[in-house]
Design a protein around this ligand. Structure first.
Ligand SMILES: Cc1cc2nc3c(=O)[nH]c(=O)nc-3n(C[C@H](O)[C@H](O)[C@H](O)COP(=O)(O)OP(=O)(O)OC[C@H]3O[C@@H](n4cnc5c(N)ncnc54)[C@H](O)[C@@H]3O)c2cc1C
Length: 405
């Protein structure tokens, strides 16, 4: 109790920016902060600065619906996200910061024979990677989510589900603050309200960045971890990424008594639902089809997501919506990330995270740190290289990543 009113800084006060760093990371979201954290932890690289145009966690890291899982459709994807969930499992203890990770399980509902077939295929791929994932019938669904309506004559009857016990939810702000504190303690400098406006190149190599106020910062290596803004940043380095930026929206109800302790996803109903520790029902949908950088929500989303939520949870009929919001998502053509080196030497990207990148933050941090420190691309992320689009080696996660976060 003694410590409760003591003012303690989470990380050091913002320092004077230096003219040069070994590594400059653009973007103070979960991926940028994780990269800085693992650079110090695993490789002793501490001359690192994170440049963030707004406050830490102002992007998708602070707006997401906090779902972690690894039951992806491709072996490459499943392996990669599984490594991330495993890192998350140890992260609270490692950062000495409670990230409120509840591995309460994750259900992807199947409403048709075709969906049951796809779930069965996914469960097979998952199990071959050692991931706990199986197809279950309506009775088991009813046992896991007793408050959910399972009427056989519903518009979208539940025929079964893909059940993934290690999936769950984690507190997104805590992840951002824990990683920021870890990165700061490792020696990295965090510079909020510093917008990058250009990337300097010399002889095909990135040599630094220019800030919006005109200041130049030299760098041995520049990492872009700018998610929704990735294509604009890559454009500054003369690179064209196959990415379009869309908004994804979410909303929460007022706090209600505990009714649901598992994540529910329905791709066909375009809705996913969980209940937070505070009792709020957290509801999301799929991306909006138009491209934009304007993080503004729509009434249509609230109407449609409410309608589908009520089909599954009619008892929420009188629940009031507390707030709704939107964030940016950088969608790649195969719904897999674009990760690693680019054709500009010394310029690496963590991009193409669409609606599912938060769960990847620790493994992105660890693998990007290894790449920057050693110059070698870790095996785990080799399938996600930008050049796969030139070599026709896509890693299609369309069936497992569109609405399922
Ligand atoms: C509503 C919503 C729900 C989601 N739900 C989930 C989910 O349940 N599970 C999941 O795994 N994923 C989810 N996602 C996706 C996930 O949040 C993102 O893929 C992930 O957060 C992206 O990585 P990041 O945290 O590093 O990005 P961000 O937090 O977006 O970080 C990028 C940062 O770059 C900064 N930046 C941009 N341009 C510049 C510049 N020029 N100079 C300096 N800084 C710059 C931005 O301000 C931003 O802070 C969701 C996303 C949204 C919007």
């Amino acid at each position: 109790m003694l410590d409760i009113f003591r003012k303690r800084r989470m990380w050091r006060k913002t320092q004077e920016l230096k003219d040069h760093y070994d590594v400059v990371i653009i973007g103070g979201g979960s991926h940028g902060l994780a990269t800085a954290y693992y650079l110090a932890r695993d490789h002793g690289v501490t001359d690192v600065c994170i440049l963030e145009k707004s406050y830490i966690g102002s992007g998708a890291a602070g707006r997401n619906t906090t779902i972690l899982r690894s039951n992806y459709k491709t072996p490459e994807g499943a392996r990669f996200y599984d490594a991330s969930v495993k890192l998350y499992e140890g992260l609270s203890a490692e950062l000495n910061f409670n990230l409120l990770f509840s591995q309460e399980g994750h259900l992807t509902l199947a409403h048709t024979d075709r969906a049951m077939f796809v779930m069965t295929e996914r469960a097979e791929v998952n199990r071959l990677q050692g991931i706990d994932s199986k197809v279950i019938g309506p009775d088991e669904v009813a046992r896991l989510a007793p408050a959910m309506s399972l009427e056989p004559d519903a518009v979208h009857p539940v025929m079964g589900a893909l059940y993934h016990p290690p999936g769950g939810i984690i507190r997104h702000d805590a992840v951002v603050w824990g990683l920021a504190r870890g990165a700061d303690r490792g020696g990295a400098e965090i510079h909020p309200y510093r917008e990058v406006a250009g990337i300097e190149r010399d002889n095909g190599r990135a040599t630094g960045v220019t800030l919006a106020d005109g200041r130049r910062i030299g760098a041995g290596h520049v990492v872009s971890a700018t998610a929704g803004w990735s294509s604009t940043i890559a454009g500054m380095a003369g690179l064209e990424l196959p990415i379009t930026t869309h908004i994804l929206q979410a909303m929460v109800t007022e706090p209600l008594k505990p009714l649901l302790d598992i994540v529910i996803v329905s791709s066909q109903m375009h809705v996913y639902i969980s209940q937070t520790d505070r009792g709020e029902f957290l509801i999301g949908a799929e991306i909006e089809p138009w491209t934009t950088y304007r993080q503004q929500g729509t009434l249509n989303f609230i109407q449609e997501a409410s309608r589908h939520t009520l089909e599954l949870f009619p008892q929420l009929e009188r629940a009031r919506i507390l707030r709704s919001w939107a964030g940016l998502c950088d969608i790649s053509p195969d719904y897999s990330p674009i990760l690693g080196e680019t054709e500009v030497d010394g310029f690496s990207v963590s991009a193409g995270w669409g609606t599912y990148g938060f769960k990847a933050a620790p493994i992105v941090g660890r693998t990007m740190a290894e790449l920057v420190a050693t110059g070698k691309t870790p095996e785990l992320i080799q399938p996600f290289a930008l050049e796969r689009f030139y070599r026709d080696r896509l890693v299609s996660e369309l069936g497992a990543a569109a609405v399922s976060h």
